[in-house]
Design a protein around this ligand. Structure first.
Ligand code: NAD
Length: 445
């Protein structure tokens, strides 16, 4: 099939590349000219394991193209995926300006029947707004062309996006059109060959499914963080509790790790957007508010522990920071807990030397340039170099090379062997035995 994918971010680029990998002809569109030029030359704007290989193979095979012109991309395709950003607006609602701009542009150029697929995460009811935006433009030019709307939310995880897209747990297709359903089935069938995992539902149900899924995962994390904070006060090790409850198949082990808070481009904004949807219905979302509140406080926890240990004035102190990305496997810095900690440490007068295996370029673009020029923040090319003469180390992102490091080498490098482990990567007892002062999250025992 010939497809158009609008937006070449984490979702759009992965979607485009994976559909091309299955033999479709895909044109990816982005308004960001630099991104498009880079992609044409094989330079990927994001880090995502396995993505560069399939982008390069399919570009070379002529199945994957990049352009800034939606009209050009639409010319010989009849499925248009909208995969642009839906960032939070001032009031927490999902900002639909990019989605609706694309919908209007589709309406301006659509010439024959097509399926307009919303892959961006959008509030319930957006399908109707997209339909109205497309139809409005068709009417304006006196056109007569039919189209269908599909909501096809994306469930990929950054860091494993290609794998998730190629082998999805489920594909959600929201539509009321048989014709669109058949087209979507044909498109996704190659991804679910061993057993069908395509779930059909209404557009609104599909839109809500995406928010409910993210809100559930965020809830599990905030729940576990709340339990961990209580464990800490009761002299209980939350890691034992995690294993103890995870073994119940009704609970399971996923998303019950205590830590220094969730970040990323999805959970924080999607929980906010769901809260906003509830408010608009005059419904008080008590649980969702608590999930968000717990996460906001959790992001300050490492700093509070540092202050308890070193005092509020950190001038003259240096901290090593392991991990900048909001989670391992990505260079995405959106809403990363490391940003909160950096602001707090530097605000209290400390210097920080940070290392991240892939996110340092992205972080440099995100963080105040004055920190680098003023010497408050430096990036170390190596994880051990970030520990040289530091008063303490804080682990914020659980990248694999941080899981089992050379503790002897660390102790020899650090001025004082103090570790604040925001992801509970190490065993408190073993750390104590090897001469570290160790602070985890909820490791009360
Ligand atoms: P992103 O910010 O990485 O990429 C969005 C892209 O859209 C950018 O390259 C931007 O230049 C482009 N764009 C904006 N307006 C445009 C327009 N009018 N025409 C063409 N291109 C335009 O965003 P993302 O992380 O890929 O997320 C996209 C959507 O998917 C969001 O709604 C998000 O919530 C959802 N989502 C994201 C993830 C994830 O892990 N990142 C997972 C599932 C769903």
């Amino acid at each position: 099939m010939k497809l158009t994918v609008v937006g070449t971010g984490y979702v759009g680029l992965v979607t485009g590349a994976c559909f091309a990998e299955m033999g479709n002809e895909v044109t990816c569109v982005d308004v960001d000219q630099k991104k498009v030029e880079g992609l044409r030359q094989g330079v990927l704007p994001i880090y995502e394991p396995g993505l560069d290989a399939i982008v390069h193979t399919n570009t070379r095979a002529g199945r994957l193209k990049f352009t800034t012109s939606l009209a050009e991309a639409m010319r010989d395709s009849n499925v248009y995926f909208i995969a642009v950003g839906t960032p939070p607006g001032e009031d927490g609602s999902a900002d639909l300006k990019h989605v609706l701009a694309v919908a209007r542009e589709i309406g301006q150029h659509i010439e024959r029947y097509a399926v307009v697929v919303d892959k961006s995460t959008v509030p319930v009811g957006t399908g109707d707004r997209v339909r109205a935006a497309v139809q409005g433009e068709i009417d304006r030019r006196g056109g007569k062309v039919g189209f269908d709307i599909v909501s096809n939310p994306e469930f990929l995880k950054e860091g494993a996006a290609v794998e998730d897209f190629m082998r999805p747990d489920r594909v959600v297709i929201g539509t009321d059109s048989e014709r669109a359903r058949a087209i979507m089935h044909e498109l996704y069938a190659p991804f679910v060959r061993n057993h069908d995992r395509i779930l059909y539902m209404g557009v609104r149900e599909a839109e809500m499914t995406k928010y409910a899924a993210n809100a559930m995962l965020a809830t599990r994390i905030s729940f576990m963080n709340e339990v961990a904070n209580l464990c800490e006060r009761l002299g209980v090790d939350v890691e034992s509790v995690r294993v103890g409850i995870g073994s119940d198949p009704r609970i399971g082990y996923s998303f019950i790790y205590a830590g220094c808070g969730y970040g990323g481009s999805c959970f924080p904004k999607d929980v906010k957007a769901l809260i906003h949807m509830a408010e608009q219905q005059d419904f008080e979302p008590k649980l969702l508010r608590a999930v968000e509140d717990r996460n906001d406080s959790q992001k300050h926890l490492l700093f509070e522990k540092i202050v308890r240990r070193f005092g509020a004035d950190l001038s003259g102190r240096t901290f090593g920071l392991w991990g900048l990305a909001f989670k391992p496997g990505t260079d995405d810095m959106r809403e990363a807990p490391s940003i909160v900690l950096l602001h707090e440490l530097i605000g209290a007068g400390a210097r920080v030397v940070a290392h991240d295996p892939v996110a340092m370029d992205a972080a440099r673009r995100e963080l105040p340039a004055a920190w680098f020029s003023g010497g408050q923040l430096r990036f170390a090319p190596d994880q051990y170099e970030a520990l040289k003469d530091v008063d303490a180390m804080a682990l914020v992102t659980e990248w694999k090379p941080f899981r089992h490091p050379d503790f002897e080498r660390m102790r020899a490098l650090m001025k004082s062997a103090v570790i604040f482990d925001g992801r509970n990567q190490y065993d408190p007892k073993a750390m104590k035995e090897s001469g570290f002062e160790y602070y985890g999250i909820g490791r009360g025992a």
